[in-house]
Write a protein that binds this ligand. Structure first.
Ligand code: PMP
Length: 285
């Protein structure tokens, strides 16, 4: 696999970054994940805009190549011959001469930029979508700026492990009694013709797939309510699902051991998945 590091395309085993890189020492980095279908980028502009916002919120310098990101993504997809898969982009505050809490001067410490691909044939036709996933609920113990897509993924990773241990696939996190989101996805339930999901704030990541799916709701003859909801309310729903760049729309069929609706993926969630895949393929770049 070829990866991109600070201006160079290299075999992955030749790519290097400093041990003083701030992402390694302090999780001082942000990232984006964009999916690739038919060799093209899905929702690239949404990811680019969110990345720019993450950098701004953290006062992190833009890498020199920021304006070339679309070309770099395309080149890496081409070199690695990705038809279906993911492309990860990571930006860090760079590697100062020594460890220090104070942000380094961006004039002397340029940002680190890394991109790599994951080949995932069958991503769109993922058989899991026909089966659905099971989630458990856990406390949301993350920091307070979940709207910034940082590389601090330890708690989400622990949440995923808690789910696996409980025989489930993922965890929905709960803060003050209300669901925030999944470990790496936004969370929804459907009651009648209404999709319910938490409103945007600093408490959740502003999902790019979320924005698209809520836009497509009308096409599926559905209404949207952005508001707080509890695990109890979601358990009594007709359907539930998650969204993310890597899972698109994925039905949830079980929450904390309670079957949702019929216990099978719901028609509305599957319809939303179809619409999302169709529309985003059309708009891919
Ligand atoms: N919430 C969290 C915590 C995530 O990590 C992700 C995936 N990056 C999402 C939501 C979904 O965001 P997107 O649709 O942009 O992939």
């Amino acid at each position: 696999r070829t990866v991109y590091v600070n201006g160079e395309y290299l075999p992955e085993n030749e790519a290097k970054i400093s041990i003083f890189d701030r992402a390694f020492l302090m999780a001082d980095g942000v990232y984006e994940v964009t999916s690739v279908l038919d060799g093209k980028l899905i929702d690239f502009e949404g990811h680019r805009v969110r990345l720019e916002r993450s950098l701004r919120e953290l006062d992190m310098p833009k890498p020199e190549a920021f304006d070339d990101l679309l070309e770099i993504h395309r080149e890496l997809v081409r070199i690695n011959d990705i038809e279906e898969g993911m492309i990860y982009l990571q930006i860090t505050r760079g590697a100062p001469d020594d460890r220090d809490f104070v942000f380094p001067d961006p004039e002397t410490t340029p940002a680190t930029l890394v991109l790599f691909t994951q080949n995932k044939p069958g991503l769109a036709n993922n058989p899991t979508a026909q089966k659905g996933i099971k989630v458990i609920s856990i406390e949301d113990a993350r920091w307070g700026r979940r709207d910034i897509k940082t590389v601090q993924l330890l708690y989400p990773s622990m949440g995923k492990m808690m789910a696996k241990k409980a025989g489930a696939d993922d965890a929905w996190m709960v803060q003050d009694g209300f669901v925030t989101e999944g470990t790496s996805n936004n969370a929804y339930f459907i009651k009648g013709n209404t999709i319910v999901t938490r409103a945007l704030s600093n408490d959740i990541l502003h999902g790019i797939t979320r924005a698209a799916v809520l836009r497509f709701a009308a096409e599926a003859q559905m209404q949207v309510e952005e508001r707080n909801f509890t695990i109890e309310e979601a358990k009594q729903a007709d359907e539930a699902f998650i969204t993310s760049a890597s899972t698109f729309v994925m039905p949830v069929v079980d929450i904390d051991g309670t079957a949702i609706g019929t216990g099978k993926p719901g028609n509305r969630a599957l319809r939303l998945r179809e619409i999302y895949l169709e529309e985003s393929r059309k708009a891919a770049v």
